[in-house]
Ligand binder design. Sequence first.
Ligand code: LLP
Length: 426
Amino acid sequence: PRSVTRGADGALAVAGLSVRDIATEFGTPVYVLDEADLRSRCRDFRAAFPTEDVYYAGKAFLCRAVVRMIAEEGLHLDVCTGGELATALSAGMPPERIGFHGNNKSVAELGRALDAGVGRIIVDSFTEIDRLTALARERGVRPRVLVRVTVGVEAHTHEFIATAHEDQKFGFSLAGGAAANAAFKILDEGVLELRGLHSHIGSQIFDASGFEVSARRVLALQAQIRDARGVELPELDLGGGFGIAYTTQDDPATPQDLAKRLRKIVDSECAAENLAVPHLSIEPGRAIVGPAVFTLYEVGTVKDLDGIRTYVSVDGGMSDNIRTALYDASYSATLASRASGAQPMLARVVGKHCESGDIVVKDEFLPADVQPGDLVAVPGTGAYCRSMASNYNHVPRPPVIAVRDGQARLIVRRETEDDLLALDVG
Ligand code: LLP
């Protein structure tokens, strides 16, 4: 996070608050959110996309306090389950600023979204169109929808590959004609209000050309719809997926750069197709919350495998950060509770779970005198860590605290063993 400094005692401090004090007050592991950092990332996106809408993708991390922060900063919110919707509504997110995603929204979830009056629903299948149409008829409402288009751009971390076949569960295929048919069906039935098209090409993307190809393709479909039905759709959502720096090797684009590139391609494509430029929106999750959080752990054991590496075990692991095990993700770690002049040694930061894949940071140089009781910080854990946390090995999930101006407040409390036992019946 942006407001991390090293204090006179050598310990890291966030917004002026020492990690030692955080560990004493809240215990470890703990996710530490730098509130000013999160808010400044929201502002950077708002400033870069002032006339567009920025939907924060709540799947990255959602709790009531964060809903309030992003709402105050003028963002919209993308939810993709009834649980995320409930969280958003209970925090007072204006329903018209909520977009509802998902490839298998249930009748109950869609009904709740309609009753709440969410601003838009991104439809993902013909089944869903029928389901939503029936629910809308019952209620006598006309929900606003976007059609999620599978544009055939497969985005990987550092490249994209344009593919003709689109073998994945999300959206309506562009190449196969399903996307056009979905739009025609909605327009012809006239029950749902078709506002536009939507495309999301992947996550942790650094190469903006994937977004350009995708924008070009959805706008060509937009022109096709205009030619066939005489309707110009007023909105276009280009999804999220903007990469962040997990290690010093990553070099993400700024929101300003992204905005410039996206606008340029949309403008030139609209000019080429003779289309009015639609109202744009984007859905960043990771880029808003990822860098604003670090996880603070306490070291429990240090095991030196002579000549290979040193295993530094911390008091969490794959239950609070599954990304290393699941995606082979790269993180870094820093000795946080003190300064050390010791030689760097090659370490692997591992958790306390019962499998050898329980790795938090694969390779890191830590001072050779790292020892039990030291605090270690792993930055960049705001996105898809707490939100994908589990209770594997009956480990209670860690709390989330928000630090601002030297003050910490608990925004998600630590689970207890009683919480875990409360689900056991009998
Ligand atoms: N919009 C849609 C429709 C999405 O499916 C996603 C992410 C986003 C926006 C936000 O993407 P972001 O800006 O956060 O990259 N668990 C994985 C990431 C899964 C992303 C799923 N969809 C991870 O930990 O890397």
